[in-house]
Write a protein of this length. Structure first.
Length: 144
């Protein structure tokens, strides 16, 4: 079973749509088309999604502006420079800025057409529990 809350729920939901990328114990020529699809061969038997779904997290940053802004703030102009930065520096900058990173549709793990895929049966048929928590605030003292 796979569980996620908010963005984690969206990530959990992605697993019900994703195309199977790797089959460990078979050679490539033995794979069937059914092996290559999570909908027909899911890696989990159930999902729980609390306050989130795959469609809420698809990245609209088509120009990769978040990446450009982050790398510039860290004084980098190349991927290698970013890879050489300590993770603490990157985390500190991401936490202080207004960056928003989320999956980009790649037609393997994330799709731009979730609704159409669902209507066509392109999602795993597993036990699913969906829930919404209506009182999500940072300051619990303000709850009724």
């Amino acid at each position: 079973m796979l569980f996620g809350q908010s963005a984690g729920a969206a990530s959990t939901d992605l697993h019900t749509y994703a195309v199977r990328m790797m089959i460990r114990y078979r050679r490539e020529q033995e794979l069937t088309s059914a092996d290559l699809q999570y909908p027909k061969n899911p890696i989990v038997h159930a999902v729980i999604m609390q306050s989130g779904a795959a469609s809420i997290i698809i990245n609209e940053d088509k120009t990769h502006q978040n990446w450009q802004n982050l790398s510039q703030a860290l004084g980098c102009s190349t991927l290698q420079c970013m890879q050489d930065k300590p993770w603490e520096d990157i985390l500190e900058e991401v936490s202080s800025g207004s960056y928003s990173f989320s999956p980009v549709p790649d037609n393997v793990t994330a799709f731009a057409d979730f609704e159409a895929r669902a209507k066509e049966g392109g999602l795993a048929r597993v036990v699913s529990l969906l829930s919404v928590y209506n009182w999500q605030v940072a300051d619990s003292s303000s709850q009724p």
